[in-house]
Write a protein that binds this ligand. Structure first.
Ligand code: DX5
Ligand code: ZN
Length: 218
């Protein structure tokens, strides 16, 4: 059994199910804790996905926790739209513009805020945000696409982050995103990571809920 109660955030951009309604039904019936939305602007990352209207159209169909990952060069002007769309947690990159301003706005609108760090960014860059965020999202692939391979060097960074967070008496969750499968999940769970974003690996399983259960029992 897992030492901690790992949370699973299904990255719906990687769905292989016939349509989005079908995908949401599968997720709703499963033990998945969160739905992970990858918002990409074609500037901060070399890919484009969707905006707040898409998230808002799904909000009435699921009671799951909405985990919104903004891969936007300048997220600040759009924060309110994502809050109104029904986001429970909004995460913005340390490498983007107006990160502090965006986090303060997210918190002032009553939502959880996360800070995201890319694989090549030094862990020191997130430390100034720890007093202000609920979560740190550690990228284990370069953002932009699902289905990439987990980059093992991030494990070192996660350990440093766990050590730094221990110095704080308030709880900051750590979520890891990119290339997650049963093997690397086991390592991350044992380290004390709180939540895992799983995309293609999960949606490629024949039994979706059984796979979620396997993650939770690693
Ligand atoms: C990458 C995204 C990830 C990705 C996860 O830009 O932030 O959330 O969709 O998908 P997998 O699990 O396929 O790497
Ligand atoms: Zn993501």
């Amino acid at each position: 059994m897992a030492k901690n109660n790992i949370s699973i955030s299904a990255s719906i951009t990687s769905t292989k199910y016939f349509d989005i309604k079908n995908t949401i039904d599968v997720i709703n019936k499963s033990l998945v804790d969160r739905i992970h939305f990858d918002v990409m602007d074609g500037v901060f990352v070399p890919n484009i996905t969707y905006g707040p209207d898409f998230i808002s159209s799904i909000r009435n169909f699921s009671k799951k926790f909405f985990d919104v990952h903004l891969m936007l060069y300048n997220p600040y002007p759009y924060i309110e739209n994502f809050v109104n769309a029904g986001a429970d947690l909004i995460s913005v990159h340390v490498e983007a513009k107006n990160t502090f301003k965006s986090i303060k706005l997210i918190k002032s609108l009553g939502k959880k805020a996360g800070v995201v760090i890319n694989p090549d960014t030094n862990v020191k860059k997130v430390l100034p945000y720890l007093d202000f965020v609920d979560e740190v999202l550690v990228m284990s692939v370069n953002p932009g696409f699902g289905g990439q391979k987990f980059i093992p060097k991030v494990i070192d960074k996660i350990q440093k982050l766990i050590d730094s967070i221990k110095k704080y008496n308030h709880k900051i969750l750590i979520q890891v995103d990119g290339g997650i499968n049963f093997d690397n999940a086991k390592i991350l769970i044992d380290m004390g990571v709180d939540s895992l974003v799983v995309g293609s690996f999960l949606f490629n399983q024949t039994n979706f809920n059984q796979a979620v259960l396997t993650f939770k029992n690693l």
